[in-house]
Ligand binder design. Structure first.
Ligand SMILES: CC(C)=CCC/C(C)=C/CC/C(C)=C/COP(=O)(O)OP(=O)(O)O
Length: 348
């Protein structure tokens, strides 16, 4: 403990942070439940710091220039070389917190609590996390600024889509790898660093493929590359129109195919993951396998992304997958599970 906080207060804050993650991310709730201490609290706090920026970036009701300003201020609060206090950020963001606060905005409203809990962690994990979080925040500020005139993100090319995925998820991969690789052999650490970007791009591209409807209607963002939409004669602003469902489905398939190219690297990452500092292989294997399962669903019913607004692995399958890890997991079992879940739902 480095902050001089009374421990009972930090414990209550940490409990709050664990509850908050369960409210905002299905993926990270599962991951954090699998981890032991101290990795669980490190990943929890690292994730919440990122989520605050993500909520601002996704806020359709905030003008882009204000989003950029808020993200820049948040970055300065995280910068150890400036003494900008979190209260400045709260003064700026408070008018934008919706009255009927959802779980995401609850976390933003509690930024001071998240930050003081983060500051209560040991210095080593904190310093591993700080720069990747700031890179994510800066990247989001860059994207809201780039598309300020459009009112929301309108990614143009597949390269730009992958650039965006780097900031939104690749940075999180760097954060995780920094924490998890401590004390590992140089070979293992290098193997993880080589494959971390692929792991993150796999997860982020699958999320983008399945969330097209919600991203446009709730957040005013179109991540499907305009160049791919154009090849299908779909105007970007008509991405969810009924007449374009078939054509947009083709673009969703293309994004899914792109995600598929990262699966082998992600698998290599998992084969190198050590179980130190409270880390557990299953914490990362489960989101990986859920991404493979979601790709299966996206291939089988891509039209549901635009017709139903969502394609995801069922709760029963998520449960069945978690059950597979009750007694730990071997590498060969990971291979088998990947093949199985790519073909059909696990619980059948
Ligand atoms: C090297 C390595 C381990 C890389 C992985 C990095 C990582 C986990 C990035 C986050 C990707 C992601 C799309 C999370 C889920 O979305 P969400 O948090 O919005 O929640 P949801 O599950 O509710 O959609």
């Amino acid at each position: 403990m480095t902050s001089g906080q009374p421990e009972y207060e930090t414990d209550a804050d940490l409990e709050w942070c664990y509850d908050a993650v369960h409210g905002v991310s299905r993926t990270f709730a599962i991951t954090i439940d699998r981890l032991e201490e101290p990795m669980a609290r490190h990943i929890c706090l690292g994730y919440l710091l990122c989520r605050i920026a993500d909520t601002i970036e996704d806020a359709g009701h905030i003008p882009p220039e204000t989003q950029t300003e808020l993200l820049v201020t948040y970055d300065r609060v995280l910068d150890p070389d400036t003494d900008l206090s979190v209260s400045t950020f709260m003064d700026d963001v408070s008018p934008w917190i919706p009255e009927n606060c959802d779980d995401d905005w609850d976390v933003v409203a509690e930024t001071p609590r998240v930050l003081r809990t983060f500051e209560s962690l040991n210095e080593e994990p904190r310093e591993i996390m700080r720069e990747p979080v700031r890179e994510l925040v800066d990247g989001m500020a860059m994207f809201t600024d780039r598309y300020a005139d459009e009112g929301g993100l309108r990614l143009q090319t597949v390269d730009e889509l992958e650039e965006y995925c780097w900031y939104a998820a690749g940075t999180v991969g760097t954060l995780i790898t920094g924490l998890v690789a401590r004390g590992a052999s140089e070979d293992r650490a290098q193997e993880m660093r080589n494959n971390a970007r692929s792991f993150a791009l796999l997860l982020q591209l699958v999320n983008i493929a399945k969330d097209v409807e919600n991203d446009y209607h709730e957040e005013n963002n179109v991540y499907l590359p305009a160049e791919w939409l154009e090849e299908e004669d779909v105007p970007v602003e008509a991405v969810t129109d009924e007449e374009n469902h078939g054509a947009v489905t083709n673009v969703i398939q293309r994004v899914t195919n792109r995600a598929e190219t990262y699966v082998d690297d992600a698998h290599r990452y998992l084969e190198a993951v050590p179980e130190r500092h409270g880390n557990r292989l299953s914490a990362w294997a489960i989101p990986y396998l859920l991404a493979v399962g979601t790709m299966r669903e996206l291939r089988e019913r891509p039209e549901d992304v635009v017709q139903e607004g969502d394609v995801k692995v069922s709760r029963a399958e998520v449960y069945a997958l978690i059950q597979q890890f009750e007694d730990g997991i071997s590498e060969s079992r990971l291979d088998d599970l990947r093949q199985a879940i790519a073909e059909e739902p696990l619980h059948r």
